[in-house]
Design a protein around this ligand. Structure first.
Ligand code: GLA
Length: 490
């Protein structure tokens, strides 16, 4: 039940009477000797299409999943932060919180950050937003069931749950879009230059629909997915933490450099403020298709050396480092610009096509329901056969997205490719979801095939390839449907 819920504010609901909540409360009592003052819940997400384009300014289409981070929070009189996890493999951490500047989140480059550093990111961001004004310290006990390092946004949910709890403890009122943007900014303290997709869907998600997320200003528009489609998530059993390698930031920087060069060679503009491929498209007032042609024309080489890029941009190496590169990408001597920019513009086209088909399906379903007929000729004239055709169009867009991520963006993994190929043999289209380099695929499955598909993956991949028994495999492959965003329980 909602206690209060102004639209665009994180809803405050009464505490659910569940086993998980009771256990969390009991463990909180053991850890801190008191009851929690409130709880917060932030979901993970699966991105249906639009991968690695949020940080280039393009819309994406994720949905929240059922798996989440749940946190029990208590208030302290002293300026202190006490972090605990229900799972004892995650160590405890206590620290004084005076100012955000003092809260250190240094991470050794190329090392997997300790879990609580994500919590610190959320608190640091919140403190910075509050100009270090705080009324309480906090005790936080976390319980998560989003598989870590799997492309389902476990780290962003952790950052967001920490930031949300801290702000709520300080009685700070931020609306959902403000807090989503703050959490995206906060997570960059870990060192990765992510876009805002994960945090946006964490707060703006709604039940029953995916969200078409657009930027500047941040906005989420619900997109109803076809009724006869199920989205299945399958873990490839390899993990990748994007803060533990340079790969993620390297892609972000390559897109940034491609944007700078396209702008420079197209209209001589040296505007330092323009850094995204979308801003270039907007400046040139042209279509995405024209941008694809422009990339072929202006970025023809497979590899650009740092020297070549400096010459093209008329900057010194020092300027290039300080203006456009992150600390962990300055040492790179070569960059792939054509491939990355092509992926971004073509993926942005695929997102638009996907959304358009979903809107058409919805319109046809509405017409069909209101007329009691079969709706428009194109989609439904022959009942199920044509419904499957629509799913085939959407599926093909997802397959094309995977091919592009594998070949142009080079962020797949042999296990992910194996799962995608296996799915294709059964006529199911799928793609890697999230940052990639390991983690999960998301597959679009006609509802009537879902059980057989999951069964096939359990046998052919989890059992035969990975020796995982069927009972355990259910944690790695599951059907999912759009869930709601973050909530406070009190
Ligand atoms: C990570 C980032 C997101 C997005 C995806 C790739 O999840 O946090 O912002 O860039 O990778 O689409």
């Amino acid at each position: 039940m909602n206690i209060h819920c102004k639209s665009n504010e994180v809803p405050v609901q009464s505490i659910p009477n569940s086993e998980r909540m009771r256990t969390l409360k009991d463990i909180f009592m053991v850890e801190f000797g008191c009851n929690p003052s409130f709880f917060a819940r932030v979901p993970g997400r699966v991105n249906i299409i639009g991968e690695h384009i949020d940080y280039c300014g393009y819309p994406v289409l994720p949905m929240a999943i059922e798996q989440d981070i749940l946190v029990a929070a208590g208030l302290l009189d002293e300026p202190k932060l006490c972090i605990r996890n229900v799972n004892k493999k995650y160590e405890s951490f206590d620290v004084k919180i005076n100012t955000f500047e003092e809260l250190q989140i240094e991470n050794d480059q190329n090392e997997k950050p300790n879990w609580y550093k994500y919590v610190l990111c959320g608190i640091k961001g919140a403190l910075e937003h509050l100009n270090n004004k705080k009324s309480s310290g906090v005790q936080l006990l976390f319980d998560g069931n989003i598989p870590p390092a799997s492309g389902l946004s476990s780290s962003s949910a952790l950052v967001s749950a920490a930031c949300l709890s801290f702000l709520y403890a300080q009685k700070a009122h931020l609306n959902k879009t403000e807090i989503a943007s703050l959490c995206a900014k906060s997570e960059r303290y870990i060192g990765t230059h992510g876009g805002g997709m994960d945090q946006a869907i964490a707060f703006l998600a709604e039940r029953y629909s995916a969200q078409y997320i657009t930027w500047q200003p941040l906005k989420a528009t619900p997109v109803a997915l076809p009724e006869d489609a199920t989205f299945v998530v399958a873990h490839c059993l390899a993990e990748a933490n994007k803060a533990a390698t340079d790969d993620f930031n390297q892609r972000v920087m390559e897109c940034r450099l491609a944007a700078k060069i396209l702008l420079k060679v197209s209209n001589g503009d040296k505007n330092h403020k323009i850094t995204t491929l979308r801003e270039v498209q907007e400046t040139l007032r042209t279509t995405l298709e024209d941008m694809v042609n422009l990339v072929h024309k202006q970025l023809p080489k497979d590899i650009y050396t740092k020297d070549e890029i400096c010459t093209l941009l008329e900057v010194s190496e020092k300027e290039l480092d300080s203006l456009y590169l992150s600390p962990n990408t300055k040492h790179f001597k070569e960059f792939k610009l054509k491939q990355r920019a092509l992926h971004v513009y073509e993926e942005a086209i695929r997102v638009e096509s996907f959304r358009k088909v979903c809107l058409e399906v919805l319109r046809d379903e509405k017409i069909r329901k209101s007329n009691g007929t079969n709706g428009s000729d194109k989609t439904y004239e022959n009942g199920n056969g044509n419904k499957h055709k629509t799913l085939e169009i959407l599926g093909k867009l997802m397959s094309a997205s995977h091919e592009s991520l594998k070949n142009l963006y080079e962020c797949s993994h042999p296990n992910l490719d194996y799962l995608v190929d296996l799915s294709k043999k059964m006529g199911i289209h799928s793609r890697l979801t999230g940052a990639g380099w390991a983690g999960c695929i998301v597959a679009l499955c006609p509802k009537d095939k879902t059980e057989d598909y999951i069964q096939m993956l359990k046998e052919e991949f989890y059992s035969k390839q990975c020796n995982v028994d069927k009972d355990k495999a259910k944690h790695y492959v599951f059907a999912t449907s759009p869930n709601h965003g973050a909530v406070i329980f009190k």
